[in-house]
Design a protein around this ligand. Sequence first.
Ligand SMILES: Nc1ncnc2c1ncn2[C@@H]1O[C@H](COP(=O)(O)OP(=O)(O)OP(=O)(O)O)[C@@H](O)[C@H]1O
Ligand SMILES: [Mg+2]
Length: 225
Amino acid sequence: MSASIQAPFSQTTTTPLQGHFISFEGTEGVGKTTAIEQLCARLQANGIDYLRTREPGGSPFAERLREILLDPNTAINDDTELLLMFAARCDHMQQVILPALQRGTWVICDRFTDSTVAYQGFGRADGDATVRGKIDTLIEQFVTQLPELTLWLDLPVLEGMARANKRSAADRFEQQATDFFTRVHKGFRTLADEYPKRIQRIDASGSADEVSARIWQKVEEKWDI
Ligand SMILES: Nc1ncnc2c1ncn2[C@@H]1O[C@H](COP(=O)(O)OP(=O)(O)OP(=O)(O)O)[C@@H](O)[C@H]1O
Ligand SMILES: [Mg+2]
């Protein structure tokens, strides 16, 4: 299946990447955005130049696709959804992520390829090998740089949803039933087993400060800060 995918794949650029690339993953409401805010504050305090971005979205064009993808009124089939996710990612990579890494900026991304495997591959298709094959092919062909470190915030699905429910109206994904997110969670667990070096599981229970401290420990372990 997919365990052979490693970063980086075919670099389309000859400029060496100077910055570091970190993604945050996890089901709804586990605290990704909160944890990213805290990580960025720590990076700033350490004088590290960073760019905070997100998927789907992150570039002007990809943000337009995000609106369509998250709009509860959008009616598209699973393949169309998958391809739109990659169209958004392709633009985001080329316009934002690679230029930032090339100029030495750290890129902190709220969701990346693992969310596609988890949501489209497991949430929509329950880990079906054909769908997984399509996603892995798209990653190999279009994603020129995987994150060096992926922080998977792991929390029981219902606890995350309870945290998320305190917020605004549900988008097209948030409207899915609990079973969907249980499959998504299985997707993240599967990925963490497949990529034990890149994907670090973070216990997302406890206070935001506790989660943030666990994350900072992983970042300091990986890079001498
Ligand atoms: N460790 C925590 N303990 C309790 N509440 C938290 C914690 N971290 C975040 N929250 C709160 O839970 C809610 C969801 O957090 P956040 O928006 O950071 O999650 P998320 O993973 O980014 O969600 P989404 O997947 O919907 O983007 C927010 O109201 C946030 O303030
Ligand atoms: Mg968020």
